[in-house]
Write a protein that binds this ligand. Structure first.
Ligand SMILES: [Zn+2]
Ligand SMILES: [Zn+2]
Length: 352
């Protein structure tokens, strides 16, 4: 089969004759309909391997690179392995991409999002940038009739947003700021609106802010003129936001997030940081702010994300910037994502 294989730093290859996966016990074989390319894939390609299993095999999958990328994926079940239950051949599904060990200190406390053995489809095991994949049947989330295949891979970044919002403990009526209006920022905004919060969207790009307004932001704030503390205060009756979500992942944005949160407020860091910010921790101590991190998702949140998209609470359509076949995933996908005038949210790879 055709597959996009990650061999290491700046080395992704389209393989024409890669072996097709064979489903083991409890697993299914899927024909991939669409996968989306994420900023994480670009970071792996340009700066990695970071998260992709390398050096020693992942303890759950037993795999390490070379691996097929693609952790945001959907497909149609074409074959059931021995004892695979709960799904049938022909089902359209989204791939819940995280497998945790179930036995470690964290898994047993219900904090599986930080399981140190975690295996993620397309990062620690073969993923969806291929014609076929295999995955456990109980991690395949059937798509509601009304949900097109194109939207299903976007369930993955939606779970990231959903997990972050659930960790924040947001309440209806809270004033919330979201820094960064990329894919995860715009999904966080929509999950927050569904939770009854009032949301201020912050970015440097006018088009991203237009889209934020269209997707429900109560206020938008253009941060391209430097510090914007005064404007945030003005929008929050001189108090500051109860919660600030940092999704931009830039060098200074986490510091901005901590600074603009109200006294006693909360900061949720969702970005992945390639630069190390400098911060005066008195910003946290002197005002009793709470800073929390959020990564991936917990079991059950994937099905919630699929439901929120299918019900229209989260609209992923504006985040699909292009659709390209697997053969052109490198030239029209990965290479387009690193252009300096990057004008895309998610690029879908596949032919449906
Ligand atoms: Zn991703
Ligand atoms: Zn575990």
């Amino acid at each position: 089969m055709k597959a996009l294989v990650f061999y290491g730093n700046k080395d992704i290859r389209l393989e024409e004759d890669w072996p097709e996966p064979v489903p083991g016990p409890g697993e299914v074989k899927l024909r991939i309909t669409y996968s989306s390319i994420c900023a994480t894939d670009i970071e792996e390609w340009q700066f990695g391997p970071l998260w992709v299993a390398h050096g020693e095999p992942n303890p759950i999958s037993g795999r390490m690179m070379p691996l097929i990328l693609g952790h945001e994926a959907a497909g149609v079940i074409v074959e059931l392995g021995e004892d695979a239950t709960g799904v049938s051949v022909g089902d359209r599904v989204a791939i819940e991409n995280v497998i945790t060990c179930g036995a470690c200190f964290w898994c047993r406390r219900g904090e599986s999002a930080v399981c140190p053995s975690m295996s993620v489809f397309g990062l620690q095991d073969d993923g969806g940038l291929a014609e076929f994949a295999k995955w456990p049947a109980d991690r395949c989330i059937p798509l509601p009739e009304s949900m097109p295949d194109e939207e299903a891979p976007l369930s993955e970044p939606t779970t990231v947003a959903l997990h972050a919002v659930r960790r924040s403990g947001v309440s209806p009526g809270d004033n919330v700021a979201v820094i960064g209006c990329g894919t995860v920022g715009l999904l966080t905004l929509q999950v927050l609106k569904a939770s009854g919060a009032r949301v201020i969207a912050i970015d440097r790009r006018a088009e991203a802010l237009d889209l934020a307004s269209q997707l429900g932001a109560d206020e938008t704030l253009n941060a391209s003129d430097g510090e914007y503390d005064a404007q945030v205060l003005e929008l929050t009756q001189g108090i500051g936001p109860d919660i600030v979500f940092e999704t931009a992942g830039a060098k200074t944005t986490p510091v901005d997030a901590i600074r603009i949160a109200r006294r006693g407020g909360k900061i949720v860091l969702v970005g992945i940081y390639t630069a190390t910010p400098e911060i005066d921790f008195n910003l946290v101590v002197g005002t009793e702010k709470t800073v929390i991190g959020s990564v991936a998702a917990s079991s059950g949140e994937y099905a919630m994300a699929v439901r929120m998209i299918a019900s229209g609470q989260v609209d992923v359509k504006p985040l699909i910037s292009a659709k390209v076949p697997l053969e052109r995933a490198i030239s029209d996908g990965f290479e387009r994502m690193i252009r300096p005038e990057k004008d895309v949210f998610r690029i879908l790879v596949g032919s449906g």
